[in-house]
Design a protein around this ligand. Structure first.
Ligand code: COA
Length: 129
C-alpha cells in the first residue's frame, strides 16, 4: 500500500519522542513500538469520529518503509477512510523528524480497523456525522 509522497497525508494526531528503551537489539527503534503508536493515533481518530469507545479489530495493512532512530520525533497522521455500520477504517502514516530537525522521512504506512463499543463493551452502530 506504499504511496509515494513528499508531504504527510491526513491530520497530525500524535507526536512522540523515540527513546533508547524502545530499541531492538540492533539499536534501531522496535517495530512493535511504532505499530503501537500508530494504533494509539488511529484509536484517537476513531474515537473522535464515533464519539465514544472503540476497540481495534484488525490491522489490515502495515508497511515499514525506513527505520526509526533514537531521538527521532515520530509524527503519526490519520485519515478516516471508511465508516461502516459498527466499524471504522483509519489510514495512517508515520513520519520521523531526524534528530528533531526540520527534515522528515516517512517511516511507515498502515490501515487499522476499529469497532465502536457501547458502555457494556458490545458493538454499536456508529452515529451519522
Ligand atoms: C471487535 C469485536 C467486538 C467485534 O465483535 P463481532 O461480533 O466479532 O463483530 P462482527 O463480526 O459483527 O464485526 C463488527 C464489525 O467489524 C468488522 N470486522 C470484524 N472483523 C474484521 C476484520 N478481521 N477485518 C476488518 N473488519 C472486521 C466487521 O466487518 C463489522 O463491520 P461493520 O459493522 O461496519 O459492517 C470482537 O471481535 C472483539 O471484542 N475483538 C477483540 C478486540 C480487542 O480486544 N482488541 C484489542 C486487542 S489487544
Amino acid at each position: 500500500m506504499q504511496t509515494d509522497s513528499t508531504e504527510p497525508r491526513g491530520a497530525l494526531t500524535i507526536r512522540t519522542l523515540a527513546m533508547p528503551a524502545d530499541t531492538n537489539p540492533a539499536g534501531d527503534i522496535f517495530g512493535g513500538w511504532v505499530l503501537g503508536q500508530m494504533d494509539i493515533a488511529g484509536s484517537i481518530a476513531a474515537h473522535e469520529r464515533v464519539r465514544g469507545r472503540t476497540v481495534t479489530v484488525a490491522v489490515e495493512a502495515m508497511t515499514f518503509i525506513a527505520p526509526v532512530k533514537v531521538g527521532d520525533v515520530l509524527c503519526v497522521y490519520t485519515t478516516v477512510e471508511r465508516v461502516g455500520t459498527t466499524s471504522i477504517t483509519v489510514g495512517m502514516e508515520a513520519w520521523a523528524r531526524r534528530n528533531r530537525q526540520a527534515d522528515r522521512v516517512k517511516v511507515t504506512e498502515g490501515r487499522f480497523v476499529y469497532v465502536a463499543l457501547d458502555e457494556n463493551g458490545n458493538k454499536r452502530a456508529i452515529p451519522p456525522l
